[in-house]
Write a protein that binds this ligand. Structure first.
Ligand code: WTA
Length: 645
């Protein structure tokens, strides 16, 4: 826990904030909890509805049934674009795009974005996409990615975005799981020093084993020559040139699916998290407005990749619904050098910066000379997401980047929650470095013990949420039972987050990390089971167990314990082979940082791997192994400790 006194919002920030007194927060929070129907009806009025809802909410966690704004009709692209243009704001900037190459940037006004989205929606339609069809998007951070998403929402197609670093095998599995009809990609990608990420090649490899794919729509980003299969493959620019400029919007039911996004869990294959239309847009726009205290004209930059949920909710949907100026960056923090983020802040006069602790650590390690080269005086508010932030990193962010003027919002949430659940409100909440602080409106967090009892006051245990909020996921695509089992079975009547947390005497929440076998590598969620499965498919490998260990930059690193088949010796080529298999089956971001070969894994007599012991060894806490007497062969441990990497 932090020893420093809480940081109060600076007076001149608080003065202009949407919510700036504790009393106001309290009043709104209480009304959101005590009269959720009234509260959310009022908040939903901010959006445009073709037809108002008949009932605000109905849910039953035990059955995994959640419905918001029942009977309401709306369209996401209409709310994010048409509405603003019709109100006379078409010439205002919607999207700023900064290329990987510092010489490249672009901007789109709301009218321009609307016109691109209408054309793209017509391209989808003329290629057979209808309401309810799934469209997979596998791209890097280029404007066409946002255009494609909004085009899907315009005609009621359900997008499933696959992060551009995933391998063709991962792409294939995700396409097949939700039977996508179309795949949208780009010729190749540029990201940092990588100038030729083979997007279309990966798309082709995946599509060869995806019977549902009828069309591949390819954006020309680099001009690389790619294979175009006749009858299946079409170019974005050719189709867009020929497309009609106007496309009417589909009136969607509030509970119609909006998108699927795959995320890793503790077991099995990644789950297709399904979000729906009305509740998601109400919640993401509301949180974007209040958490980032967004005011008209503010330049807002979320550095996440749209391949993850943060980019969906807080680069595209929340900000555009609020008519924000939202920025999208194609590259990485250290290209061409460690000053890039700060150069972008100076160039675009960014007011609100939302990034991840892993990026802060990577930049902090290079010293203060990089940020000192640039004018950061436009910054007014800083945000973080993805993992707990350490006090030293928070302090650097606050002092070196925010110059002690900018409140920091540490926002806790998940792919499943759709939007931010625990966070400071920057004009009100005194922050404590490392704490995500207090619940947002409508959110009722609880700390549970092992038996599922709610703990009162200062306590530590499992973090669960006691009531539904509008942007909670609605199901695991194609597997509703898995939805119930994963989130509602362990603690009946609650949504279980998979995180542990502590609540202090002021009611502030401190997330302690995952309590399941999910790793958080540079803010990316990776299941240990997925990595183990991949390593296990390397020639000669008999078995693998994967755990996390503390890593200076990534937060957590991947430590793999590997047993070879009898008679097979491991050498340097085995390590390369393991790395290549993981890269092929998942993607480069899941490559183990450390591999330790061992003749055996520590197992109980019933054959269960004792991960607790492996975690302690990986962390270097070999004096805390605890009771090892239940192991089938305690001698295994001595060898593991001796050979630690
Ligand atoms: C972790 C990302 C501490 C947490 C939006 C959660 C955090 C998982 C924070 C979800 C935070 C996210 N402080 N931990 N501010 N934000 N996490 O689905 O373990 O990629 O369960 O969503 O990240 O990761 P996901």
């Amino acid at each position: 826990m932090s020893s420093v006194a809480p940081f109060k919002p600076a007076a001149n920030f608080a003065k202009k904030a949407h919510i700036n007194t504790q009393a106001e927060y309290q009043k709104l929070y209480e009304s959101s909890i005590n009269e959720p129907e009234n509260f959310w009806a009022e908040m939903a009025e901010e959006l445009h509805w073709f037809k108002k809802w008949d009932k605000v909410v109905e849910y039953d966690f035990r059955k995994g049934e959640i419905k918001w704004f029942i009977g309401g009709k709306l369209n996401v692209s209409y709310n994010c674009l048409d509405r603003h243009v019709l109100a006379g704001n078409g010439n205002k900037t919607a999207l700023l795009w900064e290329g990987n190459d510092p010489a490249e940037s672009k901007s789109y006004s709301y009218s321009e974005l609307l016109s691109e989205v209408q054309k793209c929606a017509n391209v989808l339609k003329s290629n057979g996409i209808k309401k309810g069809d799934r469209v997979c998007i596998y791209m890097q951070m280029i404007p066409e990615l946002a255009i494609a998403m909004l085009a899907c929402t315009r005609i009621g197609a359900v997008h499933s975005i696959v992060f551009g670093a995933f391998s063709s095998d991962s792409l294939r599995d995700r396409i097949n799981d939700s039977a996508c009809k179309m795949l949208i990609t780009q010729d190749s990608g540029v990201r940092g020093v990588k100038q030729d990420i083979p997007m279309k090649v990966n798309a082709d490899t995946a599509a060869a084993e995806c019977p549902s794919i009828e069309k591949i729509l390819t954006v020309r980003r680099t001009g690389l020559e790619v294979n175009m299969k006749s009858g299946r493959d079409i170019y974005w620019h050719e189709e867009m040139d020929a497309a009609d400029a106007e496309c009417p919007v589909e009136e969607m039911d509030a509970e119609d699916p909006l998108y699927i996004l795959y995320t890793s869990g503790s077991t099995g294959k990644p789950k297709g998290v399904l979000h729906t239309t009305g509740g998601y847009l109400v919640y993401t726009s509301l949180t974007h407005k209040y958490v980032f205290d967004y005011h008209e004209g503010d330049i807002y930059w979320c550095t996440a990749d749209i391949g993850w949920v943060t980019g969906h909710s807080y680069i595209v949907y929340g900000p555009l619904a609020n008519r924000a100026i939202t920025m999208m960056y194609e590259g990485v923090p250290n290209y061409p050098d460690y000053g890039r983020f700060w150069k972008i802040v100076e160039k675009h006069k960014v007011n609100i910066l939302y990034t991840a602790p892993t990026a802060i650590r990577a930049l902090m390690k290079e010293g203060t000379s990089w940020p000192e080269k640039y004018d950061l005086s436009s910054l007014q508010l800083l945000g973080t997401v993805g993992e707990p932030i350490k006090e030293a990193d928070w302090t650097w962010y606050n002092e070196v980047i925010g110059k002690k003027r900018c409140p920091i919002v540490d926002t806790w949430w998940q792919t499943e929650t759709g939007g931010i659940l625990i966070t400071p409100l920057p004009g009100v909440t005194a922050t404590k470095p490392g704490s995500a602080t207090i619940p947002f409106f409508g959110v009722l967090p609880v700390i549970l013990d092992e038996q599922g009892n709610e703990l009162e006051g200062a306590a530590q245990g499992y973090l669960a949420i006691k009531a539904a909020w509008p942007s909670l996921m609605r199901t695991v695509y194609g597997d509703h039972d898995r939805f119930i089992q994963t989130y509602f079975a362990r603690f009946p009547g609650y949504y279980f987050t998979g995180d542990g947390a502590r609540r202090d005497e002021d009611g502030y929440y401190w997330i302690t990390g995952r309590v399941d076998d999910v790793l958080n590598i540079s803010g990316h969620r990776i299941g240990t089971a997925e990595v183990e499965g991949a390593i296990g498919r390397t020639d000669g490998v008999a078995e693998a167990a994967v755990v996390g260990f503390p890593h200076d930059i990534k937060g957590q690193g991947i430590y793999a314990f590997v047993t070879m088949m009898t008679g097979v010796d491991a050498d340097d080529t085995t390590i390369t082979a393991i790395e290549n298999t993981v890269r092929k089956l998942i993607g480069p971001h899941a490559k183990p940082d450390k591999i330790q070969f061992t003749p055996a894994l520590p197992k109980t007599r019933s054959g269960k791997i004792m991960r607790r012991i492996l975690r302690k060894i990986a962390e270097g806490n070999v004096d805390q192994l605890g009771d090892i007497s239940t192991l089938a062969d305690p001698g295994v441990v001595t060898n593991l400790v001796d050979q630690r990497q």
